[in-house]
Design a binder for this molecule. Structure first.
Ligand code: IPD
Ligand code: CA
Ligand code: CA
Length: 273
């Protein structure tokens, strides 16, 4: 048997992201068995942070500083290291903190590495199901090592849409009011509680589409690469590139019908406000 080829530069970043996501995931899931510990709030009374969010970020950041000392690192819980290499890491140490707090299984660790062209590599680890999703730019997406692909649903009435809500009360109301204009046109809606897991669910065909607004860059980066490497299309509602403030990810056939349905719902909300 010939030796396997050495991983590409982005393949090496993927391996590191995977290793750290799994290590941090075990830290938080094993810690959770002993209780949630101290809980504080952040941007609003519903936006919570636990000692485990901070411990997970600390584990990941310490390892990145050791292995990739010239890279920039941005973590949701406050890390903001500048770098000189042109690579920056985006870390969500627990995506789905509300699920984590309540003992629900839908939480993950999300880690991405990006350059000025976009995301290079990403890993999302879901401890409760022991599922590791990952991708590297141009190299496909996998779940526990096996290639994944998005669904082929092309008709809106058959489309299962995942979504989420901001922690800001006014934005939540707006987001909920848009949903009433689309719920009659699609199969159903899911609110799983972790954006990175939602994106991986689109990547693996477990839902057909995901739409959310007002995310952080750490929510989006790894999962969006995993989804697009699994055949998905991503963008905003105006036909522009995806951005954390407006994220639509679906399979290629469903993108345009779903985009236009959501954009129409947005117009209806604005006229009935
Ligand atoms: C949140 C989750 C949630 C989404 C929110 C995110 P957090 O992240 O991904 O599903 O609806 O917009 O902020 O706070 O649990 O890391
Ligand atoms: Ca998050
Ligand atoms: Ca988080």
């Amino acid at each position: 048997m010939p030796d396997a080829p050495a991983p590409s530069a982005q393949g090496q970043l993927r391996l590191l992201a995977c290793d750290l996501a799994v290590r941090a995931g075990h830290l938080i899931s094993e810690g959770r068995l002993r209780g949630v510990g101290a809980v504080d709030t952040k941007s609003s009374a519903t936006d919570m942070v636990t000692a485990f969010d901070r411990a997970s970020e600390a584990l990941i950041v310490e390892a990145l500083r050791l292995h990739r000392p010239d890279d920039a690192i941005i973590g949701e819980e406050g890390t903001a290291d500048t770098g000189t290499s042109g690579v920056r890491w985006l870390i969500d140490p627990i995506d789905g903190t509300t699920n984590f707090l309540y003992g629900l299984p839908g939480y993950a660790v999300s880690i991405a590495a990006a350059d000025n062209l976009g995301t290079l590599a990403g890993a999302v680890f879901v401890p409760a199901t022991d599922e590791l999703f990952s991708a590297a730019r141009g190299e496909g997406a996998t779940l526990n090592g096996a290639a994944i692909h998005c669904s082929s649903t092309s008709a809106l009435p058959h489309a299962l849409l995942a979504t989420g809500f901001s922690y800001d009360a006014d934005r939540r109301r707006q987001q909920m009011s848009r949903l009433q204009h689309i719920i009659g046109d699609i199969r159903d809606i899911r609110r799983c509680g972790a954006a990175a897991v939602d994106l991986c669910n689109v990547a693996s065909g477990r839902v057909d589409a995901y739409f959310e607004e007002h995310l952080g860059p750490w929510d989006l980066a790894a999962g969006e690469l995993i989804a697009t490497e699994a055949g998905c299309r991503s963008g905003d509602l105006s036909g522009g590139p995806v951005r954390p403030t407006q994220v639509l990810v679906t399979n290629a056939q469903l993108f345009e019908p779903m985009r236009s349905l959501l954009a129409h719902a947005d117009t209806l909300c604005r006229t009935t406000d």
